[in-house]
Design a binder for this molecule. Structure first.
Ligand SMILES: [Ca+2]
Length: 177
């Protein structure tokens, strides 16, 4: 992991290379949103960037300024719209088994109201490569939303260190398909 490269690029709460569009429900990013997170705001886990690509699948890629390690947990929330459209939650660990179920949750930290099986969902978190931690969810699993926004939490259960992006219990701006 090249931490220096990401440190140099760290700009708090700054969107890079994204196109804003006006949709029926307001302003959103078109197709892709890239959101930088401060480096150094956490120790044994440290998110530096979250990238959301909204096409036939929603793919969330998360750069870390520190190496992935055993004992870390990567948690994702995907909000699929205002009003009754649900928020989905999934978490996984590096180099571990991954279930193909999404939890439907009412808000952060609450128990799931139900589970949704999602064939084709993929997660990547490998301590032995430099690829971002990523989650790919086919749109059909989450009700073919027009807009999504995400929240990410990296946690090190050994040290208790936590880093949220963009902020604690906060979603990114909306990203349109
Ligand atoms: Ca960070």
């Amino acid at each position: 992991m090249d931490a220096t490269r990401w440190s140099a690029r760290a700009v708090a709460a700054c969107a890079v290379g994204a196109v804003l569009v006006v949709t029926g429900t307001g302003t959103a990013y078109a197709g892709t949103g890239t959101f930088e997170d401060p480096v150094g705001d956490s120790t044994s886990v440290d998110i530096s960037q979250v990238r959301v690509v909204h096409r036939n699948a929603v793919k969330v890629s998360v750069r870390s300024a520190v190496a992935l390690d055993a004992g870390q947990v990567y948690a994702f929330w995907i909000d699929t719209g205002r009003g009754p459209r649900p928020t989905f939650h999934v978490s996984f660990r590096p180099n571990s088994d991954f279930s193909d179920s999404l939890a439907v949750v009412r808000s952060f930290g609450q128990r799931p109201t139900r589970l949704v099986r999602c064939p084709g969902m993929r997660a990547h978190a490998d301590m032995f490569d430099e690829a971002p931690v990523s989650l790919r969810v086919p749109r059909r699993c989450i009700g073919d939303p027009k807009l999504v926004r995400v929240a990410v939490k990296f946690e090190d259960e050994t040290t208790g260190s936590v880093d949220w992006a963009p902020e604690r219990r906060t979603f990114t701006p909306w990203v349109a398909r």
